[in-house]
Write a protein that binds this ligand. Structure first.
Ligand code: HEC
Ligand code: HEC
Ligand code: HEC
Ligand code: HEC
Ligand code: HEC
Ligand code: HEC
Ligand code: HEC
Length: 198
């Protein structure tokens, strides 16, 4: 009679070791509101929200971003920002090429999903659920690198993309780098002046 007890104990340990990553897809399919798990000032999920349905729950560390600061409560007071971001895409003032599925996701009535899109198909926490810089620039539209970048990023952060080799100022004019010009606008804007050439 003691063997089954031992087996249960071993099975318990095995289950704990193969903990699955958290899946928004699974939980949102159950029609759970974001606020069931994301309440409180910083909106980090609370383990106390899980015990309703699970005996134990593990919450991983926050996803690393490059932002120096961001205040959820301040931005949530502005209401659902999805129509505003959608309008920028429609008017072609959105500064990053927008995939058609992004425009469709912005038909949401959920204010969280204006910035956090695609979670209903996400099977693990990762950066894909975070907003793009172009979303922020719909409102914070002053662009003057590197100074304007410090509004959101740490002062002195290395923010140039890898394409910007030390001789980039010379080489970018050659027409030989096959640069995708649609990708420049998010950091340089669409109208900029630089040393008299632009
Ligand atoms: C309202 C009930 C409910 C709450 C609250 C809830 N879950 Fe779940 N969870 C489920 C259901 C239902 C499943 C799917 C179970 C299955 O398919 O076996 C699940 C599955 C999981 C799984 C297994 C992996 C997977 O995707 O199938 C993990 C890990 C998990 N939940 C973590 C959490 C965490 C962490 C919290 C709290 C932040 C939480 N859950 C809150 C209902 C809930
Ligand atoms: C059942 C609980 C639960 C619900 C409901 C839920 N989340 Fe989460 N969410 C979590 C957990 C747990 C994590 C962190 C997982 C980790 O890091 O281990 C997380 C992480 C996140 C993250 C950061 C990581 C990522 O994957 O992008 C965002 C953003 C997020 N949730 C937004 C939302 C939004 C928006 C909703 C509603 C549409 C929502 N969540 C609904 C539990 C939940
Ligand atoms: C204006 C855009 C915007 C809106 C609206 C928004 N978020 Fe976020 N959210 C962000 C940004 C930006 C980050 C990354 C913050 C950082 O790096 O400090 C983030 C991060 C998160 C995280 C990850 C926190 C962590 O430390 O792991 C969660 C969870 C989250 N948001 C949930 C929500 C929920 C729930 C709502 C709705 C109540 C919401 N967000 C509304 C922009 C937004
Ligand atoms: C609907 C327009 C709108 C959008 C979109 C928006 N913001 Fe804001 N943001 C504001 C307003 C309004 C304020 C308050 C006035 C100010 O400081 O400019 C603010 C303030 C801030 C501040 C300064 C707050 C502080 O802590 O002092 C930061 C940083 C910021 N936003 C970052 C972001 C980021 C990052 C995003 C994108 C994820 C974003 N904002 C998207 C309107 C917006
Ligand atoms: C209003 C807020 C805001 C301003 C101003 C801003 N950014 Fe960002 N930036 C973001 C957000 C949000 C992300 C996406 C989250 C992340 O990767 O940390 C981001 C991401 C980035 C990334 C990482 C991209 C990647 O794919 O890894 C770089 C590089 C960057 N920004 C450079 C800049 C530069 C250069 C400027 C100034 C011209 C600037 N940012 C101004 C909000 C801002
Ligand atoms: C000597 C003249 C010259 C100078 C100085 C110069 N550029 Fe350019 N730039 C060009 C030319 C010519 C092109 C077009 C290259 C091509 O078609 O591939 C270009 C293209 C660009 C583009 C691509 C988008 C567009 O409008 O074509 C960006 C972004 C850009 N330059 C940024 C800058 C920045 C930022 C500076 C200042 C730090 C700068 N340039 C200084 C001549 C110059
Ligand atoms: C992720 C943001 C980002 C993107 C995207 C980006 N740049 Fe830049 N670029 C910067 C920053 C930051 C600087 C440095 C500004 C400063 O310190 O004066 C810079 C500087 C430059 C300079 C001056 C030379 C140098 O290396 O400092 C040129 C020319 C330039 N960029 C052209 C372009 C072109 C062309 C594109 C598109 C193919 C582009 N950039 C895309 C962030 C970006």
């Amino acid at each position: 009679m003691r063997i089954p007890v031992l087996l249960i104990a071993i099975a318990g340990v095995a289950a704990a070791q193969t903990a699955q990553p958290f899946s928004h897809r699974v939980h949102l399919a159950a029609k759970l509101d974001c606020a069931v798990c994301h309440a409180g000032d910083n909106l980090r999920p609370a383990a106390s929200a899980c015990v309703r349905c699970h005996k134990t729950a593990e919450i991983g560390p926050p996803i690393a971003t490059r932002l120096a600061r961001f205040d959820h409560q301040l931005h949530l007071k502005l209401g659902n920002l999805a129509p505003l971001i959608a309008a920028a895409i429609n008017k072609k003032t959105y500064l990053t090429p927008a995939a058609p599925e992004l425009r469709a996701q912005l038909n949401t009535l959920n204010p969280c999903q204006a910035c956090h899109r695609g979670l209903e198909v996400s099977d693990r926490p990762d950066r894909s659920g975070l907003p793009q810089m172009a979303d922020c620039l719909v409102c914070h539209n002053q662009i003057d690198p590197p100074y304007s970048c410090e509004f959101c990023h740490a002062k002195g952060a290395e923010l140039k993309p890898a394409s910007h080799s030390p001789d980039f100022l010379d080489t970018h004019t050659s027409g030989k780098l096959s640069l995708d010009k649609t990708t420049c606008a998010v950091c340089h804007g669409r109208k900029f002046h630089c040393l008299g050439c632009h």
